[in-house]
Design a protein around this ligand. Structure first.
Ligand SMILES: Cc1cc2nc3c(=O)[nH]c(=O)nc-3n(C[C@H](O)[C@H](O)[C@H](O)COP(=O)(O)OP(=O)(O)OC[C@H]3O[C@@H](n4cnc5c(N)ncnc54)[C@H](O)[C@@H]3O)c2cc1C
Length: 451
């Protein structure tokens, strides 16, 4: 049976103001954010996570040179959030590699590429930061140990029954898998793309599979310069991304068809490295019509006085793949038509799931956290009941306005980029050429990805 704690706004046994279901990157950082919000000092929080508790200190004692194959590219906005909850410094000292350049090109367009450089904006130190997911979670969980007065964390636990209210007059009633009944003012679903909270809400969920898998792996690379560049090549089966982790180590996210992924996973390490280098360096015979269209665009850009700086793209050569670091994940799209119901809200992948090609998935979830925390604080300062309909609706409207255009744009890129049908190939090349040449477009894309 669950222990009792100091109850803020109710005297009910096993009452919490907020229950967060799911302690992944989003749930654990959300718990830190709410617990550190001085305006919510009297609010009790329970974090329920189905996986076992780990020794967080041991997780954070990383062996030099060893890297997990699960990494995320975090943007500037996420960095600010992690700084606010005091876990950025720990993360930075253990697992964080800055990306100062991003180079994007396509199959059949090697000399047509877009290079994003941190100097294009001058407002950030880096365009992105590559961190290991498990280190981020360990840093947040360790921080939560210092916040025990506000947050109780239950591992090896899940919600077995949900009794969600019809209106915001009533509390949420849940039962944990050990039989403990809990009542809460707000239930937050941070339990990922297959969210049980979302299922209990019964909201419409628009989703599809891309019929693609992402192979992840840790790679040894040969690079003459400092390894601060993220590379992405769009191939007909999907993009290959190399994310820098250390001077001679990068993380791979190779999107491809399920059959090809199966073959790639079955190869020996050496054959896999050969296949990867071939995919990175091989180019098809140029299509004359596509070349002509590119030349016309070049002339137009020159006439408009935004000349291109065409350069051959030379990615690093892969020299090895870390043993047993290869695995793969199915890719899909998902979006909940509603993020909220009376006294319930969805945050992170529970609300929206995107293709990893733009490195936005978890960043959108972190932006959800910032928004949720700020609307909760605002409505509490008005004296409104915690989790009132106005507050949750404001969160939903604000986040859907921001998330939906990004989800649509990423889905569109997934469908178009890398396609070898000449009109789509020309469209991709034109987008790469124009975005590389016009500084305002580049700035706009960088700022949008950072927010
Ligand atoms: C190959 C790949 C690469 C990616 N790269 C990037 C990137 O570079 N940048 C980026 O921004 N995003 C990236 N993403 C997306 C990112 O990984 C997700 O957006 C992120 O993991 C979502 O975090 P989350 O905490 O919302 O959900 P999850 O990571 O799914 O976490 C959910 C948590 O809830 C727990 N849980 C699940 N069900 C229950 C339950 N019933 N009860 C209790 N607990 C439960 C789970 O154990 C887990 O801890 C990538 C995704 C993939 C597949």
């Amino acid at each position: 049976m669950l222990f009792k704690r100091g109850f803020a706004s109710s005297n009910l046994a096993n009452y919490y103001d907020i229950v967060i279901n799911g302690g992944g990157m989003i749930g654990s950082v959300l718990a830190c954010k709410l617990a550190k919000n001085t305006a919510l000092r009297d609010v009790s929080v329970l974090l329920v996570e189905s996986s076992p508790e780990k020794n967080w200190d041991a997780e954070l004692r990383k062996e030099a040179g060893s890297f997990s194959n699960r990494v995320s590219s975090l943007n500037e906005n996420t960095k600010t959030l992690l700084q606010n909850v005091d876990i950025w410094e720990a993360l930075k000292s253990i697992s964080c590699h800055g990306v100062s350049q991003i180079k994007v090109w396509g199959y059949g367009s090697k000399n047509i590429a877009t290079t994003f450089d941190v100097d294009d904006v001058k407002t950030f130190d880096n365009l992105a930061y590559i961190v290991e997911n498990h280190i981020l979670i360990a840093a947040a969980m360790k921080e939560l140990l210092t916040l025990k007065d506000n947050v109780h964390v239950l591992h090896n636990s899940s919600i077995s029954t949900f009794n969600l209210p019809q209106s915001d007059e009533n509390n949420v009633k849940i039962r944990l898998n050990d039989g403990s009944p809990i009542e809460c003012g707000i239930l937050l679903g941070t339990d990922g793309a297959n969210s049980k909270v979302r299922q209990a809400m019964g909201v419409q969920y628009i989703s599809w599979n891309y019929n693609q898998r992402a192979i992840v792996a840790t790679l040894k690379i040969n690079q003459n310069e400092k390894n601060n560049t993220a590379w992405q090549k769009f191939l007909p089966n999907g993009p290959i991304a190399l994310l820098p982790l250390a001077d001679d180590v990068s993380s791979l996210v190779w999107t491809t068809s399920p059959d090809h992924a199966k073959t790639l996973l079955s190869l020996s390490d050496e054959s896999f490295v050969d296949a990867l280098n071939t995919a990175l360096f091989e180019e098809p015979v140029p299509d004359v019509l596509t070349e002509n269209v590119s030349n016309v665009i070049s002339k137009v850009l020159n006439a408009l006085k935004v000349p291109e700086k065409r350069k051959n793209i030379i990615p690093p050569t892969i020299t090895d793949v870390v043993e047993n670091s290869r695995s793969s994940f199915p890719l899909g799209f998902g979006h909940a038509a509603n993020y909220v119901a009376p006294r319930v809200a969805l945050i992170g992948d529970a609300a929206h799931k995107v293709h990893p090609l733009a490195g936005q998935g978890v960043n959108l979830g972190f932006a959800d956290i910032q928004c949720f925390d700020s609307v909760l604080t605002k409505h509490k300062s008005f004296g409104a009941k915690l989790g009132c309909a106005n507050c949750l609706n404001e969160y939903e409207t604000s986040r859907q306005r921001n998330n939906v255009p990004k989800l649509v744009a990423i889905d569109l890129i997934q469908k178009i980029a890398g396609h070898q049908w000449p009109p789509l190939l020309m469209a991709t090349n034109a987008a790469l050429q124009i975005s590389d040449a016009v500084p305002q477009i580049k700035k706009c894309l960088i700022n949008s990805a950072a927010a």
